[in-house]
Design a protein around this ligand. Structure first.
Ligand SMILES: [Fe+2]
Ligand SMILES: [Fe+2]
Length: 222
């Protein structure tokens, strides 16, 4: 959705009205429902993490002048399937015909992001492609991510309780160099962890990283 500029305002937020009104209303309507559902489907510790990611995504989206209602909504749902069993994740992935790589079979837990987007769509009737994309991409990343999807990825990687040694450099890069270099750094952190643990790398992450490098190089050229 494109946002329109209106030159009436004291509040910065209203600069982007009324294009954000729809998502503002959607968040207002769904938040109590989502919170209630999460309390029955994720652990208390996870719920707190989700709450921090939603808040961080909102903050980052405001900084980037993106629809922060969308970012917050995506944050609220990003880990909705995180506590599903591997069997349930695999069953849903098959049912909804998710394109599975061999790494998904080795580690079905990573499917929680793609299955989470299905829950958001089927259970909460969310149609917005960026809200769904933010949920879907938050673990492995993807090529052609939108800025809002990157904001959710970054919020998950840097919410306040994330380990300082990993999160602090990403936050600094976000502040000094911008969104894409920060997401690249967050991906590199995850990859280093995967390499250290001698786990398989998902091809989506490699494709996302290659795409991001290309985007950053284009930005430097221009
Ligand atoms: Fe997650
Ligand atoms: Fe998360």
């Amino acid at each position: 959705m494109k946002y329109q500029l209106y030159n009436v305002t004291s509040k910065q937020e209203s600069l982007y009205m009324p294009a954000y009104n729809k998502t503002k209303q959607l968040l207002k309507k769904l938040k109590p429902e989502i919170e209630k559902w999460l309390k029955g489907n994720v652990t208390e510790k996870r719920f707190k993490h989700i709450e921090r990611v939603a808040k961080t995504a909102k903050k980052y989206a405001k900084k980037m002048k993106l629809d922060h209602y969308k970012a917050e909504l995506s944050g609220w749902l990003h880990d909705c399937a995180k506590d599903f069993s591997n069997e349930r994740l695999m069953r849903m992935a098959r049912l909804y015909r998710i394109d599975l790589d061999e790494v998904d079979y080795i580690n079905p837990h990573i499917l929680h992001a793609r299955v989470g987007a299905i829950i958001a769509k089927e259970k909460f009737k969310i149609k917005d492609s960026e809200v769904l994309g933010g949920i879907r991409c938050h673990t492995l990343a993807e090529p052609n991510m939108s800025k809002l999807e990157m904001v959710v990825y970054l919020a998950d990687a840097t919410e306040p309780s994330r380990q300082r040694q990993f999160a602090a450099p990403v936050r600094r890069i976000f502040k000094d160099k911008g969104l894409e270099p920060a997401v690249l750094k967050a991906i590199d952190n995850k990859l280093l962890e995967v390499l250290k643990r001698r786990k398989s790398i998902h091809p989506l992450t490699i494709k996302a990283r290659n795409w991001l490098i290309e985007q950053i190089e284009k930005q430097i050229e221009n």
